[in-house]
Design a binder for this molecule. Structure first.
Ligand code: ATP
Ligand code: MG
Length: 477
């Protein structure tokens, strides 16, 4: 049966590409993500892949020539590909190819091939679907590996023997898990076994590419699905051993602690319901990593993870560095979230005082809302009574944060009295007294002894200065 899907190719660009190919006397097809997402009714891709039976670079150049604005063509000669941007969409052109691999590299040896050769080298059957852009059979589906069937069955399957596919390019293992997570598909059993068998080959994939895929897993609706697969195949232990170290429940003298690995995955799923911020999701993923190295059993108090937040925040730096993630404000944000991750909890367990809330807002600054979102996601108790109680406590904290902030403005605290003014008032040279006074003013504000305003702060400073034995300068009095 021959099937046509012209309706997916309504964008005039597809006709133009077809015409350009005709002028060059070659055939061409749209292939990969665009076709897959059309059948899945997913929002249309930001990149479209075109395969030419011949030179992809020549086709890209011809297309650019025919477009009214004649866009620039970026040529990647080494890869035999070319890219141009049209209406905000990246069009990628490649010549159909046959690939063979060396064991020690992801870079294949390439020969020209047929469309089918090219489909064979694709990672998954659902990514090997092609639609013709040729005049004679415009819109015709070419699906030699039953990709449509796998779309219907929600199955991730490789066109070739999975052991070969994954060993050739181990990045595909991450891609399999990423697509399964994004699309809520199952990975075919043979494929899953092959990933497990080939996991060590991940060593030849660059950290950057691994992280790209990890970001996409974390950015999915239910990230735990991906982490469960990464765990099951043994990949997680190779990529993020800090997480797998959290797995397991120990029991001593009848006392157990919770399994912090599975707990963490729940937290990440929870937070995914409330934020798309990838770094806040990372924070959720890493918020408990300090618990493995700090775990102790104390005869009197049972299991403790003393200072795990501090230890965890230090581990964030090492982890980011190892995975070549940016050591910038995103990393600092994750560190801060991990470091402060227990603060609202401790606070909400006691009588929620204004001064404790002021301190929280002061320390968390602009990130206080993110921190609350993290703590709310951290509630994974299955006891409905407790769950309700914890949620309600955080509600109270959130309300107090708003009240305190309206009144005291400590979120981005600016001292009401500058160091210079302190120096002038007491006729001081730069010295430690200034720091002591500044700190005392800040403390008085956070404790609620004085409001965060100039006059009360000035009076407070004068009193405190006198107590410290400082004399007020003549110019002031
Ligand atoms: P998305 O863009 O939504 O992440 P996609 O399927 O378009 O999904 P791309 O990374 O843009 O993924 O790749 C485009 C196409 O190139 C894929 O559909 C697939 O056919 C092929 N492809 C990409 N990476 C690989 C790989 N490592 N091995 C084999 N084929 C690949
Ligand atoms: Mg794509």
């Amino acid at each position: 049966m021959q099937e046509y899907y012209k309706e997916s190719l309504q964008d005039p660009i597809f006709n133009i590409i077809g015409l350009a190919a005709k002028e060059l006397s070659l055939d061409c097809y749209v292939i990969g993500g665009f076709v897959r997402d059309f059948f899945l009714k997913r929002s249309t891709a930001k990149d479209i892949d075109i395969v030419a039976i011949g030179s992809g670079i020549a086709l890209a150049k011809k297309v650019a020539e025919m477009l009214p604005n004649q866009p620039k063509v970026s040529v990647f000669k080494n890869f035999g590909t070319a890219m141009l941007k049209h209406n905000g969409i990246e069009l990628e052109f490649v010549g159909a190819r046959k690939e063979s691999y060396n064991r020690d590299s992801r870079k294949p040896i390439i020969e020209n091939g047929t469309l089918k050769d090219d489909q064979k080298r694709r990672d998954f059957t659902i990514n090997a679907l092609a639609l013709s852009l040729n005049e004679t059979d415009f819109g015709k589906l070419l699906d030699p590996f039953d990709g449509i069937k796998d779309l219907d069955n929600k199955l991730i399957k490789t066109p070739l023997e999975p052991g070969i596919t994954y060993s050739d390019d181990p990045l595909r293992m991450m891609r399999a898990i990423r697509f399964a997570t994004q699309l809520n598909f199952e990975i075919q059993t043979n494929s899953l076994l092959a990933i497990t068998d080939n996991k060590e080959r991940m060593a030849i994939v660059s950290k950057e590419r691994i992280i790209d895929e990890l970001h996409k897993i974390i950015g999915s609706a239910k990230p735990s699905m991906g982490f469960q697969l990464l765990h099951e195949t043994g990949l997680l232990h190779l990529i993020l051993p800090e997480l797998t170290a959290l797995e397991g429940i120990e029991e001593i003298e009848g006392q157990k602690h919770k399994d912090n690995f599975w707990h963490t995955l729940e937290v990440v799923d929870n937070i995914a319901l409330h934020t798309d911020d990838i770094w806040l999701r990372w924070a959720a993923l890493l918020h408990d990593i300090g618990k493995a190295p700090t775990k102790r059993f104390d005869k009197k108090i049972g299991w403790t993870f003393h200072a795990h937040e501090f230890v965890g925040s230090k581990m964030v730096y090492k982890l980011f560095k190892r995975l070549r993630m940016p050591l910038n404000e995103h990393m600092k944000f994750v560190q801060k979230m991990v470091l402060m991750s227990s603060r609202p909890v401790v606070l909400s367990q006691n009588n929620v005082t204004d001064s404790a809330v002021r301190r929280l807002v002061f320390d968390a600054g602009d990130y206080v809302d993110d921190l609350m979102t993290l703590c709310e996601a951290d509630i994974t108790t299955k006891n409905p009574k407790k769950q309700k109680k914890y949620k309600n406590n955080f509600k109270i904290v959130r309300q107090k944060i708003i009240e305190v902030e309206e009144r005291d403005h400590v979120r981005n605290f600016q001292p009401p009295i500058t160091g210079e003014e302190i120096m002038k008032t007491f006729n001081l040279k730069p010295s430690k007294e200034i720091g002591i006074l500044k700190d005392a003013i800040k403390e008085a504000i956070l404790e609620g002894e004085i409001p965060n305003e100039y006059d009360p702060a000035l009076i407070f400073m004068m009193k405190k200065g006198k107590k410290m034995g400082l004399t007020v300068s003549n110019q002031i009095t």
